[in-house]
Design a protein around this ligand. Structure first.
Ligand code: F6P
Length: 274
């Protein structure tokens, strides 16, 4: 790849993914791996780095900066939205809208055929995607790690729903350590309450596609703020957005501290499913 100047980033605003070809690296987690990266930076005369990613990226960036003194600024970019120091991460809005479109499509079959569906969304260890796409999609039930529901409770809720005249239901499930676990949960529900079911794992379709307007604006705003921060010598921070304003959080805090779900939204989802 050549110089990343203005021309190099022309006409990509509507694309998903990354033109940089960056991806997770297990090698970078070792000090030997980072030493290799440091050598590359030094040979290229790079004094400052802008890191786009989630907690893993920022953890690696913090260590890299400590080990070689290069100035780093983080920009939160992950569909999971689980980064401390920003209300939203770049990619989250696109992912929830992709999940929402899928939930809407599935609802057509669920209603027509009077079926129970389990729709599994991404989110790693957190329920951000499930919570917002589930509420927006009118899911009857949500299974998220932050507000666990036992199979007994889930069966009870579904039975109550059906007693009250519902003919179909959609359960949005946040993937856990074990993506695909919805199949086990759905089967347990069937064994216990007899509901026939279908499972749909949305998986990596949530990771791509043309970004929403909201994501594009956020990325533009935070990208510009990151460049400004580097130029002003404000290394060691992540630029995020809190209550609509650019906010600077020490890079270490972004992966050491935990960002929780909006508790009021969790309560609202519980209220709606009762
Ligand atoms: O961290 C982003 C994420 O999309 C998670 O939501 C998901 O669990 C994971 O990445 C999938 O990773 P991979 O593409 O390596 O399977």
């Amino acid at each position: 790849m050549g110089l990343l100047d203005r021309r190099a980033v022309a006409n990509i605003i509507h694309q998903g993914g990354t033109i940089l070809g960056t991806a997770r690296s297990t090698e970078f987690k070792t000090s030997e791996g980072r030493a290799k990266a440091i050598k590359v930076l030094q040979e290229a005369g790079i004094e400052g780095l802008i890191l786009i990613g989630g907690d893993g990226t920022f953890r690696g960036g913090t260590l890299l900066s400590e080990e070689c003194g290069v100035s780093v600024v983080g920009v939160p970019g992950t569909i999971d939205n689980d980064v401390y120091g920003t209300d939203y991460t770049i990619g989250f809005d696109t992912a929830i809208n992709t999940a929402l479109a899928a939930i809407d499509h599935i609802r057509d079959t669920a209603v027509s055929h009077g079926r129970l569906f389990f729709v599994e969304v991404m989110g790693r260890h957190t329920g951000f995607i499930a919570l917002e796409s589930g509420i927006a999609g009118g899911a009857e039930e949500l299974l998220i790690p932050e507000a666990p529901l036992s199979v007994d409770e889930l069966c009870f809720h579904l039975e109550e729903n059906f007693k009250q005249g519902k003919r179909s239901a959609i359960v949005v499930v946040a993937e856990t350590e074990q993506p695909g676990d919805s199949f086990r949960i759905a089967q347990e529900v069937k064994d216990k309450a007899g509901f026939d079911y279908r499972v749909c794992i949305l998986g990596h379709v949530q990771r791509g596609g043309s970004p929403t307007a909201r994501d594009r604006v956020l990325a533009t705003k935070l990208g510009a703020a990151a460049v400004r921060a580097l130029l002003e010598g404000k290394g060691g921070y992540m630029v995020g957005e809190i209550k609509g304003k650019v906010a600077y959080t020490p890079l270490r805090d972004t992966w050491e501290k935990e960002k929780g779900l909006d508790n009021q939204l969790v309560k609202l989802a519980e209220f709606l499913s009762d």
